[in-house]
Ligand binder design. Structure first.
Ligand SMILES: [Zn+2]
Length: 359
């Protein structure tokens, strides 16, 4: 934390000479150019170089996975990159009995997807908004958060994270959603829903009630995790990526009690989102960020995947999307991107991004 403390001290000195300076903010927020999170994954080799690359690309926060976070943290501090533990609810072996369940029809969709070995899987969006007329599910199973065992498991996981990595900047939540993008159909979820439906059936259809129940409990679970994280470490920052999509309400993220809510404004795969949609979503993500929680900040998320053997969003396409997002962001310079691989391969891409996003 040395660098952050140093910057904090410097900021205090600067504040002392400025009569109008009334608030104290962290070094990360003090950067005039915003909050920018790269979903970086595991970083095991060339750590100093990679942290510098992350910083040179304009990012000041990184969501990372792996067991070496304590090694990464000092390099993060050196390059002013906050280290976030990448937290998800993909079931480990010993929790598989608490995985979400889907209908026979949804399981059939999953089987077809799994069997489809073509690169684009017939337009599959991998957890993003499906193409019009397409029914999709997430390939990865997810834990059912209506089960108390899942909530307990997640809390124990968070206990272990803060015990092992006490110096992390915060937690980056991911995959908090439904495998079928709508609801869970396990016994526990069904029983809870039936109870809920009894209370609301006089004023809404069963279908509308299921949507409402599923959204409310999804939000409740995420917010319970946030409350628990803040209890464990009050100064910890919480970021989230709203993923997989919740089809009845894709931009529900402002209901989440987090510091940085990354919501997709441009997805990874073809057909790339049109400028009108990028603009509309960016305006919504930022403009409605504080509707439920005054401390929340809406961060536009852009998916960037460049696999020479498969999906490949060109640099040109990416910078066009960025330009639209920037215009719709007004003076704000927040951004979240997954993945880091294109920047690891091509330093010029990061240099250009840093110039584009900061200017
Ligand atoms: Zn369930």
């Amino acid at each position: 934390m040395k660098i952050i403390l140093l910057l904090k001290n410097l900021f205090t000195v600067l504040c002392a000479s400025a009569a109008f300076c009334a608030i104290t903010i962290s070094a990360e927020d003090n950067k005039p150019d915003g909050f920018r999170l790269i979903w970086a994954g595991g970083i095991n080799l060339n750590i100093d170089k990679i942290m510098k690359r992350i910083s040179d690309s304009g990012f000041n926060a990184a969501a990372v996975s792996g067991a070496n976070l304590n090694t990464l943290i000092p390099y993060g501090q050196k390059h002013n990159v906050g280290i976030y533990y990448w937290f998800h609810i993909i079931p480990p072996e010993n929790m598989k009995q608490f995985a979400q369940q889907m209908s026979p029809e949804e399981n059939e969709i999953l089987q077809k997807l799994t069997a489809d070995k073509s690169v684009d899987k017939n337009g599959y969006q991998f957890g993003g908004e499906p193409l019009p007329g397409h029914r999709e599910v997430l390939e990865s199973p997810l834990l059912c958060f209506h089960c108390p065992e899942t909530v307990e498991f997640c809390k124990k996981h968070l206990d272990a994270v803060f015990e092992r990595y006490p110096e992390i900047t915060g937690i980056a939540l991911d995959y908090i959603g439904y495998q079928n993008y709508r609801c869970c159909r396990c016994k526990q979820s069904t029983a809870l829903f039936e109870e809920y439906y009894k209370k609301v059936q006089s004023r809404m259809s069963r279908e509308a009630a299921l949507e409402q129940f599923s959204l409310e409990t999804l939000v409740q679970f995420s917010n319970e995790l946030s409350a628990y994280i803040r209890k464990l470490k009050p100064e910890a920052r919480i970021a989230t990526h709203v993923y997989p999509v919740f089809i009845p309400d894709p931009l529900y993220g402002n209901r989440l009690d987090v510091d940085y809510c990354c919501q997709t404004v441009a997805w990874f795969f073809k057909p790339y989102w049109p400028p009108e949609k990028i603009e509309k979503y960016t305006r919504y993500v930022i403009g409605n960020e504080k509707k439920y929680f005054p401390g929340a900040r809406g961060v536009p998320f852009i998916g960037l995947y460049q696999n020479p053997q498969g999906h490949f969003k060109s640099d040109e396409e990416f910078f066009n999307e960025l330009e639209v997002m920037k215009k719709a962001s007004s003076a704000r310079r927040d951004l979240s991107i997954c993945s880091f691989a294109p920047f690891a391969r091509n330093p010029e891409l990061g240099k250009k991004l840093a110039v584009e996003i900061i200017k």
